[in-house]
Each structure stands twice: as C-alpha cells, then as structure tokens.
Ligand binder design. Structure first.
Ligand code: GLU
Ligand code: ZN
Length: 291
C-alpha cells in the first residue's frame, strides 16, 4: 500500500519544539518511504483557537522547508462528515445522550489514567431528546473487551476502555465535535496509512481504533514519538506558551529535533536547510527512536 502520512496541528498557538518534532518525524517517515505527507488543520475547537495561528503554523512549516502534498484539509469544513459518522453510530445503538454537569460527573466518577471516568449515569435512563432542554453531550458506550495494538515505536499497547476511560464524548454539549471522532473520520477520509505523532496521544489510540472498528474504517499503523518536556517535566503545549520555533533558527531547530528523535548525527557538515533535508530523508531510521 502506498504510504500516506500526515501532520495535524491544532491552531491553538504557533509551532513549538514539540510540534516540530511531530512534524519532522511524520515528514521523514513518509519521505523515506516515498510516501505522501499531508497537512490537516484541526480547527474544530474555536474557543481554544488562537487568532492567526493557522497562518503562523503554515508559514513556519513552509519556511522550514516542509512540502505538503495535496491541499490542506481544514476540519472546520468537515462538520457534516462528522455528523454523518455520528448518525451511523446512533443507528448502531452505541451512543446515548448525556445531560450530566461537570459537577455531577466529578461527584460520582472515579479517577482513571485520563482523568475522571464517566460513571455511565445517563446510559440507562433513556431521555428522549425532546424531554429536556438541558444541553446534551453525546457519548459512546465502551466495553472492557481489550483494545490492543502494536505501536512501531512504543511496542505493544492494550487498554480496557470501559474501566480505563469510560464512555467518552463524541459531541460536546456546546455542539462541538470531539477530537477522537474527527481524527478517525479524517484519517480514513484522507487515506492515511501511517500515523506518526506525539506520545501524548498514545492513550487516545485505543479509542480511535474502537471507533474505526465501529465505523468499519481501516486502522493505520501508529508510531508515537517521545514527548518533549520542559525543565519541570511538563509536556510542551501550544497553550502553555512554550517558546515558538523561529524561522531564523530553522537549521539548528531541525538538527535538534533530529537528535531528539534518536537519529545518528550527520558525519558531514549540513550547512543549509536543503542539505539537512536531503541528508535526513536518506538517513532516517524510525527504529532508532527512543521509547
Ligand atoms: N491536533 C492534535 C494536536 O495538535 C494532533 C492530532 C493527531 O496527530 O492525531 O495535538
Ligand atoms: Zn450523563
């Protein structure tokens, strides 16, 4: 199968070193295999969007010498596809509406690895849509049939969705679609065969595979890259205002990302960005990435 990879930033701020690592890893992995590399803007959460972030991100990618194939997909343009997927799941009887407030969930739920596990309160009371004016989220019923996969970097992974995560939200009470649904619909729509991204999403992958199975969509292969953390061990995120990568420092930033990904340092001086790309595509070896 022809390799199709992607980089899927959320426009919640400019690119920082952690997102550069994800962009670089996904790019080199695709180019090494003569694959396609797509850019998808995950702009489905307007409240978390930073003005100007989309153009900032694209400008930075371009200035760093990333070249994307095909036109950029904007998730804000894909809402009807997400609704269709949701309708399909409704028809399968695996969704239900939830009117619980955050307070109610916090009071009744237990902590799992990803925060509060929704206690399933609304699963049993079937509240017809018209019966209440309370805002409703849409949740997916989970089971404890293990969802397992082999990450090409992090190795074998398995999760019990019902006990580790709980019934999770696919459409929020404010009407916004959840990342987990959008990413699954669009990875399939774009024919993505290989997902390369930060390890912060490793524990989201079983939810995505579960959704792929319910929607009869293919499961790509996954490579999760080690997370870049700050001095305090916290994940860098666009919201926490980690230092953006600057275009004037493209070459040293790319070299630092290369070393961060466990790759062997060049045995010849790479003095321009284009030399970096030529050399790094030829020498990329994902098996060197540290777990
Ligand atoms: N939009 C997500 C982020 O910026 C990445 C999604 C993905 O790669 O699956 O963290
Ligand atoms: Zn509920």
């Amino acid at each position: 199968m022809n390799y199709r990879g992607r980089f899927a930033p959320s426009p919640s701020g400019p690119l920082h070193f952690g997102s550069l690592v994800a962009a670089l890893g996904s790019y080199l992995d695709a180019r090494k295999q003569q694959g396609k590399w797509l850019v998808r803007i995950e702009d489905i959460d307007p409240p978390r969007e930073k003005k100007g972030a989309v153009s900032q991100i694209l400008h930075t990618l371009e200035a760093f010498g990333f070249e994307w194939d095909e036109s950029i997909l904007y998730q804000s343009q894909r809402l009807s596809a997400y609704q269709e997927a949701l309708d399909q799941l409704f028809a399968k009887g695996v969704l239900y509406e939830c009117t619980c407030s955050r307070k109610e969930i916090n009071a009744a739920g237990q902590y799992g690895s990803e925060g509060i596990i929704y206690p399933g309160t609304c699963r049993l009371i079937s509240t017809p849509s018209s019966a209440t004016r309370k805002p409703k989220a849409v949740r997916l019923m989970t089971t404890d049939h293990p969802v397992a996969f082999t990450d090409r970097v992090m190795g074998h992974q398995s999760q019990l969705l019902a006990s580790d995560i709980g019934d999770f939200v696919l459409k929020r009470a404010d009407g916004l679609f959840a990342y987990q649904l959008a990413v699954v619909v669009d990875d399939a729509y774009q024919g993505i065969t290989d997902v390369v991204r930060g390890a912060d999403l490793l524990t989201s992958t079983p939810r995505q595979i579960y959704l792929q199975n319910l929607l009869a969509l293919p499961t790509p292969t996954y490579k999760h890259l080690p997370l870049v953390v700050d001095e305090n061990g916290h994940k860098l995120s666009k919201q926490s205002q980690s230092q953006p990568v600057v275009v004037a420092q493209a070459l040293p930033a790319l070299k630092a990302a290369w070393v961060f990904l466990g790759q062997t340092e060049a045995d010849e001086p790479l003095t321009t960005v284009s030399e970096f790309w030529e050399w790094s595509i030829a020498h990329w070896d994902y098996r060197l990435i540290h777990k």
